[in-house]
Ligand binder design. Structure first.
Ligand code: SAH
Length: 241
């Protein structure tokens, strides 16, 4: 199941960290490294730090945006050096690994790591169903990114050795990351069109709705029904105009 788990690193500044993350992954039997707008890549320093994991590094996929790196994913978990005050559901590393391994039996899943200096933006967190925080010293909670990859990759390896899902249990198909994104864009546009939302408003409301739909985990058919309702509401508005 580990092959369905992608490790996504966003805008990594130090190429050495990319190499060290690749090494941590290969040690723990993970294979798929996705780099979103890395600052310096490819790089000799990354290759040197990857050591014997240079094959994994050479296969790393490079993307221009997080959305592109998440195409096809049914579950996305973000990592956070801080306990966030906002309402993203938080997981412990062990629960995170069990969830990813379980869901990886039904499709692609992703674990997303942020920038060395500033972590993940709120817009990036919006793509995540859950956040995972590695417990630390409360006054010094930020691990080096490759160390964070190592800890969570180790938990993934342990989780993959357990039978988390019984053979006859089938996980429901759910919409993928890009299908959810286009639904949210449609929902937002409809709310503006019918005068419910003001485009100048903060996106707090939108974020609450994302959390709601992330809990519901609709499948593609359910999203199509919802999108039909959105289109009908937009159509009725334009008929009134
Ligand atoms: N100053 C940044 C620190 C980022 S550390 C901030 O406050 O967000 C770089 C990345 O390493 C993080 O985005 C996360 O992906 C990972 N990381 C570091 N410490 C972590 C921790 N305790 N738990 C989970 N991920 C962590």
């Amino acid at each position: 199941m580990l092959k369905n788990i992608r490790i996504v690193l966003i805008s990594t500044s130090h190429p050495g960290n990319i190499g060290a993350a690749a090494r941590a992954m290969k040690n723990m039997c993970l294979e798929r490294l996705c780099l979103v707008t890395p600052r310096h890549y490819p790089s000799d320093e990354a290759a040197a730090r990857a050591s014997g994991a240079d094959d994994l590094l050479a296969r790393a996929e490079v993307y221009d945006s997080l959305d592109e790196a998440l195409v096809g994913c049914r579950l996305v978990i973000g990592t956070s050096a801080r306990m966030r005050t906002v309402e993203w559901p938080m997981l412990e590393p062990r629960e995170c690994a069990e969830k990813l391994v379980e869901e990886a039996q039904a499709g692609e899943v992703a674990l997303v790591f942020g920038r060395e200096n500033s972590g993940l933006t709120n817009e990036e967190l919006d793509r995540c169903h859950y956040l995972v925080h590695i417990p630390t010293n409360p006054i010094y909670s930020s691990l080096n990114i490759a160390s964070a990859v190592q800890v969570l990759a180790y938990e993934l390896l342990l989780a993959s050795r357990q039978d988390s899902v019984a053979d006859d249990e089938v996980l429901a198909p759910v919409a993928t990351s890009e299908q959810m994104e286009s639904f949210h864009q449609h929902l937002h546009q409809m709310m503006i069109d019918i005068g419910f939302a003001d485009p100048r408003q903060s996106n707090k409301l939108q974020r609450r709705l994302r959390l709601l739909f992330n809990r519901a985990r609709p499948d593609k058919d359910e999203l199509n029904i919802l999108r039909g309702i959105l289109s009908a509401a937009q159509g009725r508005k334009s008929m009134r105009r």
